[in-house]
Design a protein around this ligand. Structure first.
Ligand SMILES: NC(=O)c1ccc[n+]([C@@H]2O[C@H](COP(=O)([O-])OP(=O)(O)OC[C@H]3O[C@@H](n4cnc5c(N)ncnc54)[C@H](O)[C@@H]3O)[C@@H](O)[C@H]2O)c1
Length: 380
């Protein structure tokens, strides 16, 4: 059976995520491996059509990767019936307008998170996609990280007994841009440009918590701007109007309490840039991007609080590494393959615009909770 080829309009491929994770590590990597394998053994190749604002950048990118199709005119790309999928990794603020145009054109939609800046807009996208009958998906890459896959394996195997709490620590120091360049785009630090760590990270926490532990039933957050002034890509100083750290407490279905710190103003004293500690009656685990360590109740030490004596136990030594027991592929690529199979052969794909909208809602409620200084319920 010769592989079929489908056109994928890719908007925002000159950006960090669009280029590295989606174009190079997913779409081009899929073609290099011979396509997406379908249930009947057939294969699907992806023909990227690059869309963006700068002809110069697109032409260079296309040339570097031997890609035939690029355009600065989204409507032209959407008008071509051979293009079945529209993918969006633009800055968040540009997403809704472009996605609505693609839905209108009858394309199946795959998009970066957050799907919109407001819950109202995110729901409107979900409704428009449903009304037009197009398939829709949102990037939820953290679910496919090796560390979190191992954590999920532990949960499914009943390792924890009753899960009590989740403690997440995400972040690293993002340089202010004055004496060392910032390692993230400056729009992330301006609310008026769709920035802010709550809008960026709470959508991730919503699907991580929901898929592993249970839906969020309430949120309390304190969002802060620790660094009020930064220097942008052109070397000009600007006011950082968006939150660069958020300290959140989330109650989950079943009574689990999750507490997650998200910060671009923290120095890393952990093994990985994100880590989740899960404590249960029978055991605990600490999962990061790649690794996962556990401590069973039977090997749990019994410390006694006595500040007069030096610590006798080396607590970190009492944890055991969870083996891979599998080969882990790039998470973005795995999710692309799932979405392509969803489009072509109607395979299940639970990461739809409705779940994306729940992520945006959690961000919106987190910011409101912070502004009002109180815990807010999250409706089922
Ligand atoms: N899944 C993840 O882990 C993850 C990580 C980082 C970012 N993201 C999301 O991906 C999206 C892109 O983030 P990024 O870090 O790649 O950003 P980026 O600034 O590197 O790239 C943004 C892209 O959007 C394009 N663009 C379109 N309209 C624009 C405008 N008006 N102003 C500026 N750029 C415009 C740019 O040309 C560029 O191609 C965001 O929505 C972000 O929330 C997701």
């Amino acid at each position: 059976m010769s592989p079929q080829s489908i056109g994928v309009v890719m908007n925002g491929v000159t950006g960090r995520m669009g280029y590295r994770q989606h174009l190079v590590r997913s779409v081009l990597a899929i073609n290099e491996q011979g396509g997406v394998t379908l249930a009947d053994g057939g294969r699907v190749l992806l023909r990227p059509v690059l869309v963006g604002r700068s002809a110069e950048k697109l032409e260079r990118l296309a040339g570097e990767h031997g890609i035939a199709d690029w355009t600065t005119d989204l409507d032209t790309a959407l008008a071509d019936d051979a293009n079945l999928i529209y993918f969006d990794a633009q800055v968040t603020q540009a997403r809704v307008k472009a996605v609505l145009a693609a839905i209108e054109a009858g394309k199946h939609i795959y998009a970066e998170k957050p799907t919109a800046e407001t819950h109202g807009d995110a729901l409107a996208l979900a409704e428009a996609a449903a009304a037009r009958g197009v398939k829709n998906g949102v990037v939820q890459d953290k679910l496919f990280l090796p560390g979190l896959l191992k954590l999920k394996r532990l949960i499914d195997g009943g390792f924890f007994g009753r899960i009590l709490s989740v403690r997440g620590e995400f972040g690293y120091w993002v340089f202010e841009g004055d004496w060392q360049d910032a390692q993230r785009p400056s729009w992330n630090y301006r609310t008026e440009d769709g920035g802010g760590i709550v809008l960026d990270m709470f959508p991730h926490w919503a699907y991580v918590l929901e898929n592993l532990f249970g839906r969020v039933t309430s949120v309390y957050a304190q969002a802060v701007t620790h660094i009020p002034e930064r220097v942008d890509e052109r070397g000009e100083s600007y006011r950082a109007t968006a939150d660069d750290a958020a300290y959140g407490v989330f109650e989950l279905e079943g009574g689990i309490v999750a507490q997650i710190n998200s910060s671009w103003s923290v120095r890393v004293n952990r093994d990985e840039l994100v880590e989740f500690q899960v404590d249960g009656t029978h055991g605990s685990a600490v999962a990061g991007l790649r690794n996962c360590r556990i401590q069973h109740r039977a090997t749990t030490p019994k410390p006694v609080w006595n500040p007069d004596l030096p610590a006798t136990a080396r607590f970190r030594d009492g944890w055991q590494e969870v083996p891979d027991n599998a080969e882990f592929d790039n998470g973005f690529k795995i999710q692309w393959e799932l979405f392509v199979r969803h489009v072509v052969e109607d395979a299940p794909f639970p990461y739809d615009f409705a779940s994306g909208a729940r992520g945006v809602r959690l961000a919106e409620l987190g910011l409101r909770s912070s502004a009002e200084g109180r815990r807010l319920p999250v409706e089922p």
